[in-house]
Each structure stands twice: as C-alpha cells, then as structure tokens.
Design a protein around this ligand. Structure first.
Ligand SMILES: Nc1ncnc2c1ncn2[C@@H]1O[C@H](COP(=O)(O)OP(=O)(O)OP(=O)(O)O)[C@@H](O)[C@H]1O
Ligand SMILES: [Mg+2]
Length: 365
C-alpha cells in the first residue's frame, strides 16, 4: 500500500508506512492501528493485538467498533484528524474493549493520504504501562541491592556462629554430667536456628537447572498441593492459555514461587476462599529494563481481604509479615527466584481482589 506525505513533520507520515515492513511494526512497544475512511482495520501490529486483546488476522477488514466501543470523544477525534488532515493527540483517553476491560491510553491519530482516500494511523500507549515498567525497574534494582546486603550480613553472621556452636559443643563435653547440658544444647539449637534463617534469606543456592518447561504442569502441581493442604476447603479455578509454548526454566524453583504465592492466598482467604490461576502471553514486553519478544504472565488471583496497606510498600522485603506465625520470607524468596530467571513479580490488591503476577521471559527451547 502506498502513502504520500500528508504531514511531513509527523514521523510516521513523513516516512510513509510502506517503508516499514510487518517485522519492524511488530518490534514496536507502541500499539499501531491503521484504519480506512470507513473505520475498517487495515493493519494491527503485535503490541496492538495485545492491547485490543484481538488477533490481527481476525481484526483485518472489520470495523474498528468490533475491537473497541467508539464513544463521542473517539468519534470526534477521528473525525477531526480526517477533516483537518492534521494529527491529533490526546492523553489518557479511555479505551473500552468489547470484553468490558478499560484501559487509559495516550493516543496520536495521524491522517495519511493513500490511493483510496485518507487513512488514519493510530498510535496508542497504555498509560499505566510506562508506570509499571519504571516500577518494575525499581523493584528489580532494590532487590539487587537487598541481595548484596543479605550476602554480606550472612557472611558476618555465619562465621562467628560456627565458632559459637563449636565452643558450646566442647563446653558441653567438658561439663560432662553436671546437669548443665540443657544450657549448651540451647546455645547450639539457637545457633542452628539462626543459621537456617540466614540460609533461607539467601534464597535457593543451587544454580538454576534450566530445562524445557510446560508452565501448566507446574500450575497443576501447585493447585494439587493447595488442594491437599486446604483439605479441599478452598475453591480452585484455572484460566489457561493452552497455546503457551514450553520455555526454559528451573521447574522446582518456579514451583516454589507459585506455591509461596498460592499458599499466602489460601491463608488469606480461609475456607470460603477462591483462588484462580490465569496464564497469558505478552509480546514485546519490558522486564527490569529489558525488552523480551515473549513473556509468560502467570496470575494468582484471590478473593480474600487484600494486603494490608502498611505491608504493601515493603511486601517483597524479607522479614515483612502480617501473620503471627509467618517468617516473612515467602514473597522475598519468590521475587528472588523470578529475578534469577530474568523475570519479576508484581502485585495489585484491594479487598476482594488480590492479584500476584509472575512475569517470566519465554526463552523458547
Ligand atoms: N494474597 C494475600 N492476601 C493478603 N495478604 C497477603 C497475601 N499475600 C501476602 N500477604 C501478606 O504479606 C505478608 C508477607 O508474605 P510472605 O509470604 O512473604 O510471608 P509470610 O506468609 O508472612 O511468611 P512465610 O515466610 O511463612 O511465607 C503476609 O504475612 C501477609 O500479611
Ligand atoms: Mg507466605
């Protein structure tokens, strides 16, 4: 399709869409949609497929209304760009998908003259996506500095601890049968407890055992374990994307990640609880400052009371707990493992809806 330059100062228009092949458009994190004068879809890139939750093959040739409800604000904007033959920009306009899902987007509409009339090129960026990317980077960086602190602390604690334990053992032998062994045993038991705690804070020490992994085998195992632990008292649901390919991951460690999250969900919801595990793919997705072609998003959703607002800002730090019996290590270990896979865990919570999303890059094997 050939396009001439309507507005030479606008980058997309001045270069002409014909200079971009599908591959280039699909590399963009920005959603690109091209519509004709009747508002029928002529092109939709990969980021657009994700944003509109629709495949390009189904959307092509269909009216834009099939993807999103066009209210007066949208109609006026499209009309203005077409009538004035000048790009129009709107920040934070609401995109209402046919599924009922809403998403605020920054929108640029550029008219492009083609052989068959004036087409409109729509560039859309989800507003909260940029916020989520920088939030993700912050989580990533703070976890990295935390790991360094824990490593240093663990070293300083474990060395003298070995000495204390050894000395208590010797003392116990020297004291013989004077009825004082109870005290040396307490010293040894507490030294062991401290050592275990520090080891747990360090997270799994083994190198990642990366093997081709079917994520649904892992989610099924986790649901099975929760079913057993809760003695069938919690309602477990699945909402899987069966087309997810296998990808490279450490099966045991990813099981641990999802189990720590699902166990918290079960503990929070109690007997009338409902837990759903949902899997989806995300294309051209940025994690910890790095763009990935394909990312697996595993959501663990519960209908419990939500995370207490005091805990929320420190949720992934070790020793942060809202439970009298908790060690506060479950989520920090889960985040550490996800990071080691190049991934990230994020959480959104309100009463009745807590969602933990584990993002893992899908390095297809
Ligand atoms: N789904 C959830 N709903 C409500 N609160 C939650 C949820 N998940 C986590 N929390 C809160 O976050 C806290 C920290 O969780 P984390 O798993 O790190 O530690 P923990 O469960 O307290 O102890 P453990 O180390 O045994 O897992 C929990 O104590 C709980 O207060
Ligand atoms: Mg926990």
């Amino acid at each position: 399709m050939k396009y001439s330059h309507l507005q030479p100062h606008h980058p997309a228009a001045s270069q002409g869409l014909d200079r971009f092949d599908d591959g280039t458009l699909n590399m963009l994190a920005t959603s690109i949609l091209l519509i004709d004068e009747q508002c029928c879809v002529l092109a939709l890139n990969l980021a657009g497929e994700t944003l509109f939750d629709a495949s390009a093959s189904r959307a092509l040739g269909e009216p834009l209304e099939l993807l999103t409800a066009l209210d007066k604000e949208w109609r006026d904007l499209l009309h203005q760009a077409q009538a004035e033959e000048f790009p129009v920009v709107r920040r934070g306009i609401m995109l209402r998908l046919r599924s009922g899902h809403q998403q605020a987007v920054d929108l640029t509409v550029s008219p492009i003259a083609s052989e068959s009339g004036i087409h409109l090129l729509l560039e859309l960026v989800a507003v909260d996506r940029l916020h989520a990317i920088s939030e993700g980077e912050t989580i990533w960086e703070s976890q990295e500095s935390l790991r360094q602190i824990i490593k240093g602390l663990a070293h300083e604690v474990k060395n003298p601890l070995g000495g204390i334990r050894g000395a208590a053992q010797l003392l116990g032998k020297e004291l013989g049968d004077q009825g004082l062994s109870e005290y040396t045993e307490i010293i040894m038991a507490e030294a062991d407890r401290l050592r275990t705690l520090v080891d747990k804070m360090l997270g799994p020490r083994e190198k990642l055992d990366l093997v081709p992994t079917n994520i649904h085998q892992i989610t099924e195992r986790v649901l099975q374990l929760i079913e057993v632990e809760s003695q069938g008292n919690v309602c477990l649901d699945r909402d899987y994307d069966p087309s997810l390919p296998e990808f490279s991951a450490d099966k045991d460690q990813i099981t641990q990640v999802l189990l720590n999250i699902a166990r918290n969900a079960w503990q929070a919801t109690g007997e009338s609880g409902q837990i759903t595990i949902r899997t989806r793919s995300r294309r051209q997705y940025t994690l910890g400052g790095q763009r990935h072609k394909l990312v697996c998003a595993i959501e663990v959703i519960d209908n419990g009371p939500g995370i207490h607002e005091d805990i929320m800002p420190r949720l992934f730090l070790p020793m942060v707990t809202g439970s009298p019996n908790g060690t506060g290590l479950g989520l920090s270990i889960a985040q550490m493992i996800a990071n080691r896979h190049g991934g990230l865990i994020q959480c959104q919570s309100e009463p009745g809806a807590t969602v933990f999303t584990v993002f893992l890059p899908m390095e297809i094997c």
